[in-house]
Design a binder for this molecule. Sequence first.
Ligand SMILES: *[C@@H]1O[C@H](CO)[C@@H](O)[C@H](O)[C@H]1NC(C)=O
Ligand SMILES: *[C@@H]1O[C@H](CO)[C@@H](O)[C@H](O)[C@H]1NC(C)=O
Ligand SMILES: *[C@@H]1O[C@H](CO)[C@@H](O)[C@H](O)[C@H]1NC(C)=O
Ligand SMILES: *[C@@H]1O[C@H](CO)[C@@H](O)[C@H](O)[C@H]1NC(C)=O
Ligand SMILES: *[C@@H]1O[C@H](CO)[C@@H](O)[C@H](O)[C@H]1NC(C)=O
Ligand SMILES: *[C@@H]1O[C@H](CO)[C@@H](O)[C@H](O)[C@H]1NC(C)=O
Ligand SMILES: *[C@@H]1O[C@H](CO)[C@@H](O)[C@H](O)[C@H]1NC(C)=O
Length: 313
Amino acid sequence: MLRLTVIFLFYVLLLVNTSEQQQLINSTTIATCNFTACNSQRISCSSNLNCDCFSLTSNSNIGICALTTLSCESFVRCNMDNVSCSIEIATTTQKSTTTTKKLTTITTQKPTTTTKISTTTSTSRGWFSTGNMINARSTHTASVLSNGKVLVTGGNGFGGTLNSAELYNPSTGTWTTTSNMTNTRRSHTACVLSNGKVLATGGTTDGISALNSAELYDPSTGIWATTSNMTNARYYHTASVLLNGKVLVTGGWNFTITFNGAELYDLSTGTWTTTENMTIGRYWHTASVLSNGLVLVTGGTYNVGALNTAELY
Ligand SMILES: *[C@@H]1O[C@H](CO)[C@@H](O)[C@H](O)[C@H]1NC(C)=O
Ligand SMILES: *[C@@H]1O[C@H](CO)[C@@H](O)[C@H](O)[C@H]1NC(C)=O
Ligand SMILES: *[C@@H]1O[C@H](CO)[C@@H](O)[C@H](O)[C@H]1NC(C)=O
Ligand SMILES: *[C@@H]1O[C@H](CO)[C@@H](O)[C@H](O)[C@H]1NC(C)=O
Ligand SMILES: *[C@@H]1O[C@H](CO)[C@@H](O)[C@H](O)[C@H]1NC(C)=O
Ligand SMILES: *[C@@H]1O[C@H](CO)[C@@H](O)[C@H](O)[C@H]1NC(C)=O
Ligand SMILES: *[C@@H]1O[C@H](CO)[C@@H](O)[C@H](O)[C@H]1NC(C)=O
């Protein structure tokens, strides 16, 4: 905290030394962050929770890399392309202890006029690391919630199939644990319903049998609750939210049968009904909801060999 305060004071001194001080302090700034220099010295949060590189500059070519005494969770991240951050900048140094936390990536150009500084990074291209997930996973799911966070569920991790779920906060670049799913699942699906809840379906726990169960995550409570079972246990299937709000599950495998069947989840009743079969059984296929409301299913596997066929629902 002390070092940060020092850094903040340094920043304020920089501002004091510029004729733009007044405008900078009370302005909305479309800013350009250049992370090329800073990123080369970046120490990822994953390897050291309390040390990171950040840009703190009024010149797009200069980044300041500094040890921090606050954990990365305390920082607003503006290191994605064109991410806008609302930064409540202080007008005096007295506020520095509360505001340095938020000053990680402020860069400024020609200000306009409001009370916040908004930071946009537009020069940063390509890939750079963000916080590590709490659990290592594969064959998991990731869904963007309506609040902007990303819910990651299940998958194959150390020690087998996971029931755990975690949330990524894009504004901090960090992950937090949320409640466990009722079932351990991998190769399952998760889709965001029109009411904001997330429906997880099927998958497998043991790699011997498929799951018919489904469950709902409520982002407002962070809790999972079971909902009715699907008609068929399946994994390697798809789940798509239709324009009418229902969820179409198609195909998949149950270790014996490649399903051609499809079923619909009605979120208003919490029940499943079978719908027309696909023309062929498929797993590892895709299903996309088109703008006209039809669902395009493509390819996948039927017993051995990949399919080139496509069909519409
Ligand atoms: C900054 O903006 C606030 C709210 O618009 C205003 O009350 C204040 O006087 C402004 N300060 C400066 C230094 O312009
Ligand atoms: C970003 O910084 C690097 C290194 O200082 C510099 O070479 C490059 O020109 C800068 N890019 C922009 C768009 O300012
Ligand atoms: C990012 O910002 C730049 C500069 O403001 C703009 O030209 C570009 O269209 C933006 N890109 C996106 C994806 O918003
Ligand atoms: C989730 O379940 C695992 C065991 O499968 C347990 O170790 C962990 O504490 C649980 N986490 C939560 C948030 O309940
Ligand atoms: C779902 O099916 C499993 C068996 O596969 C059963 O144990 C469970 O009670 C069922 N759950 C519901 C909500 O019907
Ligand atoms: C797969 O589903 C079929 C039809 O429901 C069933 O007869 C078969 O036993 C299932 N296989 C496994 C491994 O559960
Ligand atoms: C779907 O196909 C399965 C077997 O492939 C069959 O048992 C079932 O009757 C068919 N359902 C419909 C609605 O045609």
